[in-house]
Design a binder for this molecule. Structure first.
Ligand SMILES: *Cc1c(COP(=O)(O)O)cnc(C)c1O
Length: 364
């Protein structure tokens, strides 16, 4: 079976973890500090704060910008549930805009009409590893004095107008979950150039305690600390980020070159002035193709190829997240949820496997 998601790990990660375990210092310490330093450098941001997963990163970032219960955050309905849940965890309300069908990211033109007096932020997701259109989103944010939060869980090392993901918004959040482009099993990171947000994030991840003053709790905080064991794993992964990204991009080029010629299939489209790091390679299976999306998925499985629908249900379909009673029209989100299919693009698959997958798609 050619699996969809599988991390690239070697003795480097195993030995780094073993070294920390045997040192007897397993909790947050110098490895977390080293990872933060290197990660900030990678993104070109001033500060990086490690946490124990991407959802915690989002929750912390939203608290750090001062989001309160009752506030509204405009975001995309076509994402992983954690994006919206982080907003709900504060008692704030996710308000869903529509997406652009070419990039699967927020369509900036659908944001403005959703802004109310309660709107505090725009939570932008770089879906599948492609940065959203920040220039347009920033224009809207400036006009209405909104904070931009970047959900960069899928877009580590991607660029938009020569700036790296992690440095595209007021505050950014990453995940090192096992399937992400660089991973430590579980893990997360916040990056920002705002000193106040950075300081606040550091306090939130450790029960509201400052470094200097232990057992002095300034406000409600959480235990969102990362362990040194996993930081050591993430440091090893970080060393290979260029290699990993290049490999994903090469596989994507091979796929796109052939898939673009297949009637009814639409390969991923990369927007202007940005690079895509292909956390997922997601095609659209339109009605012009010989099989439906679900039939194709079953067929691929019979041929030993795993594929998945990210994401089959737009987030506004979940009643606990739904704002108001009547749903607006989400034409593009509905279409994406019905047509998209992600095929294998992890760093373990070989050129021969890529050629095989292409031939299966061609000879249906
Ligand atoms: C993975 C992911 C998250 C959550 O990260 P966890 O580390 O699993 O908590 C949030 N948003 C998006 C878009 C993701 O892909």
């Amino acid at each position: 079976m050619i699996v969809l998601n599988r991390p690239s790990v070697s003795n480097h990660e195993a030995e780094a973890a073993a070294k920390v375990i045997l040192s007897g210092h397993l909790a947050q310490g110098k490895y977390v500090a080293e990872l933060e330093k290197k990660f900030a450098l990678l993104c070109g941001s001033k500060y990086a704060i490690a946490v124990n997963n991407g959802t915690a990163a989002l929750h912390t970032a939203l608290l750090a910008i001062g989001l309160k219960a009752g506030d509204e955050v405009i975001t995309t309905p076509f994402t992983f549930i954690a994006t919206a849940n982080a907003v709900s965890m504060i008692g704030a309300k996710p308000v869903f805009a529509d997406i652009d069908l070419e990039t699967f990211n927020l369509d900036a033109r659908t944001i403005e009409k959703l802004i109310t007096k309660k709107t505090k932020a725009i939570l932008v997701v770089n879906l599948y590893g492609q940065p959203a259109t920040y220039t347009e989103i920033r224009k809207v944010a400036r006009r209405h004095n909104l904070i931009i939060v970047e959900d960069a869980a899928q877009s580590v090392y991607a660029t938009y107008k020569r700036r790296r993901s992690g440095n595209l918004a007021d505050i950014s959040c990453f995940s090192f979950y096992a399937t992400k482009n660089i991973m430590s099993g579980e893990g997360g990171m916040i990056t920002t150039n705002n000193k106040r947000y950075a300081n606040f994030s550091q306090l939130i991840r450790n029960h509201g305690q400052g470094k200097e003053k232990k057992y002095d709790y300034k406000f409600l905080g959480y235990n969102y600390r990362m362990t040194d064991v996993l930081a050591a794993v993430a440091i090893e992964q970080l060393k290979k980020i260029r290699l990993f990204t290049k490999r994903r991009q090469l596989i994507a080029r091979k796929y796109t070159k052939e898939i673009i010629k297949i009637r009814g299939l639409i390969p991923p489209i990369v927007g202007k002035n940005r690079s895509h790091v292909y956390h997922q390679y997601t095609i659209r299976v339109t009605s012009l193709y010989g099989k439906s999306r679900d039939e194709l998925q079953t067929y691929l499985l019979e041929k030993g190829i795993q594929s998945t629908v990210y994401y089959p249900k737009p987030l506004y379909t979940f009643s606990y997240l739904r704002e108001g009673k009547k749903l607006p029209q989400y034409v593009n989100t509905e279409c994406a949820a019905a047509e998209c299919l992600s095929i294998p693009i992890n760093t373990n698959i070989t050129d021969r496997q890529v050629a095989y997958i292409i031939s299966v798609l061609q000879n249906i």
